[in-house]
Every structure is written in C-alpha cells, then in structure tokens.
Design a protein around this ligand. Structure first.
Ligand SMILES: CC(=O)SCCNC(=O)CCNC(=O)[C@H](O)C(C)(C)COP(=O)(O)OP(=O)(O)OC[C@H]1O[C@@H](n2cnc3c(N)ncnc32)[C@H](O)[C@@H]1OP(=O)(O)O
Ligand SMILES: O=CC(=O)O
Ligand SMILES: [Mg+2]
Length: 725
C-alpha cells in the first residue's frame, strides 16, 4: 500500500494529494484545507446512497433471475411485464416535460457531426483526438479501404499517384454534393479565387462558375486573387479547400488544390472509463493529469514516428478573412467532454474514516470538475467551452433513481467548487436496460443540465444478456444487432429524446463504429444513424471522424428530426423481448465457432489490459477483422460465454479448452510486441489468462455482468508483481 496523507478523518494517497495541491488547486480560487474538508463531506454525504443504489441493482437482478427460474417453459409476456412493474424495474412514466439546459456550446446545440472517443490516459492519442476537429480528407481517403486498390491504385510505401487521382476524384465528388457550383462541377475547376465577394472558379473550358448557393462561402486565407484556402460551409459544418501550386499534390492538380480539410470531430469524449485502465492512484493521477493538460492547453506528447521525433500539442484556432474583410475565427479543437466512471467501482486513492475505498465515480466528478474550473476561469491558453459549461458523460446508470443521484452529486460538487447551478452538464449514456425502459424519467431528473443521450449499444447488449441470464441461451452474438429489442431501443431513444425537447439543447447520439479498419463499410452503413435521427455518433479514430463527417453533409439531421418528432410511439413491449434462441439448433461446429470468436476477443483484449495496462485495443476476430475492443465489448463476449455455459450449450471443459487453444492464436498475433507475455502453456502463471477464465466462469456472478471487478483485481496483481521484482 502506498503512502497516504491524513486529511480530517480521511486518508488521501500522497500522489493524488500532491498533484491536486500543487498542480490543480492553484488558480482555481479554492483554499486547500477547505477543499479537502469538502471532499470528505461530499463523499461522506453521497457514499451511503451510492451503496444503496448498488444493492438495489443486486436485489432487482436476483428477483428477475428468480422469476425466470419459476416461469421456465411457461413464459407469459403480460405477467413478465406486470412483474417488472411490481418490482419497480419498470417505473410509472412521468408526465410530459421539456428539457431547459442553458449555456450549451454550438457544437452541441447547432452542429451535427461526429463524436470521437479516446482513452484520456494516452496523451498522444488524446491530443490527436482534440485536434481532430479538422482532418485531411485526402489523407483519410488515401489510407482507407474506401479507395479500392484496383487498377494500380495500391497503397504502396511511397505516394502512388494513381491512388492519389482516385482520392482527388472522390473529394471533388464530395465538393459537388456539399458545396456545388452552379451548372458546373468542381471536377472542371482550374482555379479558385475570390472575386466581387463571391467564389469564382475558373474552368477547363475557359469560363468561370460560382457557387450554386453563394452564401456557402465563409472566407479565405491569402489574397483574394491568389487564395491559399477557401472556407465553405454546408449543414453548419466547414470545409476548407487548400491551394498550393508548389505542393507535391497541388502541383498535380489543375486548380492547385493540395487538400480538402473537413471539420470532423465536432466533439470528443476524453474517456476515463471503458477505454482506460485505471486501477490505482498512479493510474488515476495520470488520467487526471492529462485532463488537466488538455483543459489548460499545455499537454504535450513526444514520440517517434517514421524515424522522426514529434512533439504533439493542441492546435490553435483557425483564422480566415471574410469577404467583407473581417476576421473569422473557427475553433481549432474539438469541444471536449470528459467521461467519468459509473457508480460501481471504488478507488484506493481516497479512504474514508473506516479505511474503506470511496466510490470512484464521486471522486471523478469532484476532480474532473475541479480541473475544468480552469477552463471556466480561463487560466490556460485555450478555451474549451465558450459558454462556460463543463461537459461530463455519466455511463452505466440504471434507472431514474441513479440519474437523480448523479444530479445530486453534480449539485454538491458545484457548491463545493463555487460553480453556478447547472454549470456541470451531463451526458447520459442510455446503455443499461433499466435506463432504456425508463428513459423519459431519467431525462427528467437532469432536465436542466442534460446535454446528451447516447445509445451505448455495446454495454446495452452486455446488460441485455446478463439481465435475462436465466431466461435461456442467448442468440449468437452477431445476430443481436438485427433483433427487435435492439432496433426498438435505438428508435425509442430518439423518440423519447425528441419528445423531451432535446433539439437545440442536447445531442441525440448513437454508438460506436467498432471496426476501425472497415471504412468503406462505415461509409455505407453509418449514415443510417443520421437517418434514424441522431445528430452525433461515435467514431473510434480521427480518420473515421473525417470520413463520418461526410454523412452530415449528405443528411440534414434537423430536417430528419423535424419529421420524427410527432412519431411518439411506445416501444416498451418490443424493448422487453428477450433475445434468447427459442429452439437452439446450433451444430457443434457452430457452437465451437461462437466460442472461439468470443474467446479470441476476450483473450486478445484482456492480455493487453491486465499485463500492459492498455484499455482499448484492436483485436482481430475469427475472420481476421480488427475489432475495437473495450470493456463494453468484453462484457458482451464474457457474458455470452457465461450464458451458454449456464444453459449447457457448452461445458466448462469446452470453455477452458477453447480459451487455451485460442490463447495460442492470440500469442501469435502479438508475436511482434516485445512487451508481450505469452499465455499458451503458461496458463497457471499468466494472470491475464486467469482473468479471461474468471470473466467467463465467474461471469454469472459479476454485478450486472461488468468486467471491472475482475480486471482491476488481476491488473493490481500484475502491478504488485512488477513492483515486487
Ligand atoms: C463502448 C465504448 O465505450 S466505446 C468507447 C471506447 N472506445 C474508444 O475510446 C476507442 C478509441 N480508439 C482507440 O483507442 C484506437 O483507435 C484503437 C485502439 C481502436 C486502435 O488503435 P491503434 O491500433 O493504435 O490504431 P492505428 O495503429 O490504426 O492508428 C494509430 C494512429 O491513430 C491515432 N488514433 C487512433 N485512435 C485514435 C483516437 N481514438 N483518438 C485519437 N487518435 C487516435 C493515433 O494517435 C495514431 O496516430 P499517431 O501515430 O499520429 O499518434
Ligand atoms: O459506451 C458505449 C457502449 O456502447 O457501451
Ligand atoms: Mg459503454
């Protein structure tokens, strides 16, 4: 156990104490002693209720499991629903209301666009994410599978001009769609300039063309007759055509266009939760330190890439000249949200008067808000929120009482930090079944501070499996997405959000594209989230943000929402359909294939989490497709295996044999990593292998099927071994 400092009746890990006192409190106007006294008071006031809420989760789960056991083979939907009402799992719906959230930035209220998520403990990635407000369309296309490698357009080591031409053609088509010329195409362009307050495009045939919608021109850089860039706008998103005839690409282009920059990650979630490993004070301080650096604007990361040493820092804002000669300043960085952890876990960073670890979610709320006070007071070099708000994403809440608890926590933290009421905004993850079913009630509890609802379908799938664990064996993992419960959950989220008046106050968001390498597929499918009424949706990388941004030029989400607003349907019964396989008739091969796939995902992710502290990884699935794995996808795979085991679809021996066999494959996939510890034939020594096994064999008993308790315990075991050696 590390060193602790006594503050009142509490003990605070020295590393956290020093960090807060020396690096965070100065400049916030808060007194050190008062701050720590308030920490003790606020945690002390909230901790018992936090505990009660967790016990209530357990109680409901036990009751649901018992009901399924008693009704096995005799399932009656009406009785099931009545039972859920009786135990308070289904809450009586509150009467109609509208949210009133104020002081929300345009990135949330006006602009519809991609939301990037990044593990905040990785400074290099986090800086990249904040800077991903703007992205090169040429780079994103060139590096992705959207541009086929046919006809000599392979991605070679050096620049391939054939591929480059395909990229340029694609980008011109995009410009024709988003910022079309009157009667002409950007493909004909031989030059762009500003003339008589308009964009004037010279064409191959010697004529000139103007924009079909002249008001799309916002500004330029350089000179009017020799612009270095042209700034355009469509659907509230900016596009910058960059021109440089001397550039290696610009030289090959008749109009000298060297790139098309796209406003991409409009908002970014700096994640302290499912994509990070933070199991002790050392990890927590790193998380908080990076959030501080991002907030104050002084975070840097130095690394070597392609033989060069690079120091990355936050990008400045972007300046242009309007056609009237005024300065136009655009945000150079994504609007940052910070995702705190949920109500479940505790942290050893602070111990209460009984020596117990305190709830990590409460500590996150206090510290991430305290850090954000630097933005409100503008002590740093950049401003995150122009409206003076702090954006906190709260995950994994079950039902409206838990949301009410978060609201209470936010109020207490506002008071202790001297912030005006509702400065702390909340993004509510709709990712647990009890929240989906009672979403309207949940929103009501935070109606003055809510800035988003988001369908975290990954956690939501894990919760779906765990909640109905006793109902029967679940359908195969990849069949889940097309089922009634999930489709209606997605529709209900939009419908409830619109009915509560989120438009203009808060985002209606949709979930992660979890296949970071399949961008062609993403371009084809992810547009569906906008067509379903979402004004933001999650992407795993800056490249995906730039490419997904194209969708918001194609779909006017405000118009979609206006069409959906009166379709206020009740989806409850559909959401309640349980995804069990009615008559499981899988062959042994199919069962083994499903187990192999889940085991590979579990092992591939867990081995990096437990052994190396990497909380988000690309792990190849059984078909060698790289999948983004985080704690939520782990929850699905481990709960799925636990469910099949529980229902005798497979045996414990088969599970263990599968894990052992797949560990060999995962070892091979990681062969190039010098820090990797093999699992195969090292089963008893490998803590990671043990963790993976526990996640399945003990999966039935994990609270709501969460993976954190086992992961944290096993990671701490590895860390203590490293320290001991
Ligand atoms: C259910 C949920 O909760 S989902 C939310 C949690 N999930 C996430 O946060 C996903 C975040 N994404 C990631 O962590 C990563 O994209 C991964 C792990 C999926 C893939 O990472 P890698 O295998 O390292 O990606 P890859 O090698 O293709 O690319 C690395 C480059 O892309 C950048 N990059 C990749 N993902 C991100 C990201 N999310 N934000 C910023 N930059 C990123 C890196 O900075 C790096 O560029 P650099 O060398 O210039 O620094
Ligand atoms: O947090 C996101 C999810 O899908 O879970
Ligand atoms: Mg989640």
């Amino acid at each position: 156990m590390g060193n602790y400092v006594t503050t009142g009746n509490y003990k605070v890990a020295e590393e956290l104490y020093e960090f807060i006192n020396q690096e965070v409190l100065p400049g916030t106007g808060l007194d050190q002693d008062t701050f720590w006294t308030d920490v003790e008071r606020v945690i002390g006031e909230l901790m018992p209720e936090n505990q009660r809420l967790l016990e209530h989760r357990e109680k409901l789960q036990k009751e649901i499991s018992q009901w399924h056991k008693e009704n096995k083979g005799n399932f009656n939907f009406a009785q099931y629903k009545a039972f859920l009402e009786e135990i308070g799992y289904l809450e009586p719906e509150v009467s109609d209301f509208k949210v009133t959230t104020q002081n929300v930035d345009d990135e949330v209220t006006i602009q519809a666009g991609p939301q990037l998520v990044v593990p905040v403990n990785n400074a290099r990635y986090a800086l990249n994410a904040a800077n991903a407000r703007w992205g090169s369309l040429y780079d994103a296309l060139y590096g992705s599978d959207i541009i086929s490698e046919e006809d000599g357009a392979e991605k070679t080591g050096a620049y391939n001009p054939i591929r480059g031409q395909k990229v340029i053609a694609y980008a011109r088509e995009f410009l024709d769609q988003a910022v079309p010329l009157a009667n002409h195409s950007h493909k004909e362009a031989t030059g762009y300039k500003i003339s008589n307050g308009q964009l004037s495009v010279s064409l191959e045939n010697g004529e000139t063309a103007n924009l079909m919608n002249p008001e799309q021109l916002i500004g330029y850089t350089g000179k009017t007759d020799e612009a270095s860039s042209i700034l355009l706008k469509n659907n509230d998103l900016h596009i910058e055509i960059q021109i440089d005839k001397n550039d290696s690409i610009g030289r090959t282009d008749l109009a000298g266009v060297k790139d098309v920059y796209i406003e991409s990650a409009i908002t970014t979630i700096m994640d302290c939760e499912d994509s990070v490993t933070a199991v002790d004070v050392e990890d927590k301080v790193l998380v908080y330190k990076n959030w501080l650096g991002l907030t104050k604007g002084d975070l840097t990361s130095t690394f070597s890439k392609n033989g060069k040493t690079i120091t990355r820092s936050l990008n400045p804002d972007r300046e242009y000249t309007s056609v009237n000669g005024e300065t136009v300043t655009l945000h150079g960085r994504s609007l940052m949200f910070v995702r705190n952890v949920g109500h479940l876990m505790t942290t050893s960073a602070v111990l209460n008067e009984k020596g117990q670890e305190v709830p990590e979610g409460i500590l996150d709320c206090i510290i991430t808000s305290l850090i954000a006070k630097h933005d409100l007071l503008q002590t740093g070099s950049y401003r995150n929120s122009s409206e003076g708000s702090v954006y906190i994403v709260k995950p994994k809440m079950h039902g409206s009482k838990e949301v009410a608890f978060s609201n209470q926590m936010f109020e207490k933290v506002e008071d202790m930090l001297g912030l005006e009421r509702n400065t702390l905004k909340i993004g509510v993850m709709d990712e647990e079944r009890r929240t989906t079913l009672n979403l309207k009630n949940c929103i009501k509890e935070v109606k003055d501070r809510i800035v988003f609802i988001n369908t975290g379908f990954l956690d939501r799938t894990g919760d779906e499996i765990h909640t109905s664990m006793e109902a029967g064996p679940m359908v195969r993992k990849n069949d889940m997405k097309s089922l009634t419960w999930l489709q209606s959950y997605e529709k209900a989220n939009v419908s409830v959000g619109l009915a509560c008046g989120l438009q203009g106050h808060a985002q209606i968001g949709k979930g992660m594209w979890a296949m970071p390498e399949l961008m062609k597929d993403m371009i084809e499918k992810k547009i569906g989230q906008l067509e379903a009424g979402a004004n933001t949706a999650w992407v795993p990388s800056p490249t995906a943000a730039t490419l997904h941004a194209l969708h918001y030029h194609q779909v006017d989400v405000k118009a979609v929402q206006a069409q959906l607003i009166n379709k206020n349907e009740d989806y409850t019964d559909d959401i309640l359909t349980i995804p069990i396989a009615e008559k499981p008739d899988w062959t042994q091969d199919e069962i083994q294939e499903e187990l192999n796939n889940n085991a590979q995902g579990i092992l591939g992710y867990v081995v990096r989490w437990v052994d190396q502290g990497i909380g988000c990884s690309t792990v190849p699935d059984i078909n060698d497709i790289g999948l983004m794995e985080d704690r939520a996808t782990l929850r699905i795979s481990s709960q799925h295996m636990a469910n099949w085991l529980h229902h005798g679809i497979c045996t414990e021996e088969q599970v263990v044999e599968t894990l052992k066999r797949m560990s060999k494959i995962v070892d091979e996939q990681n062969a190039g990593d010098p820090n990797y510890q093999p699992m195969y034939n090292n089963f008893d020594q490998s803590v990671a292998f043990q963790a993976a096994k526990d996640l399945v064999l003990k999966g039935y008993d994990q609270p709501n099927g969460y993976t954190e308790p086992i992961l944290h315990k096993r990671r701490l075991e590895v860390k203590s071994k490293v320290t001991a050696n």
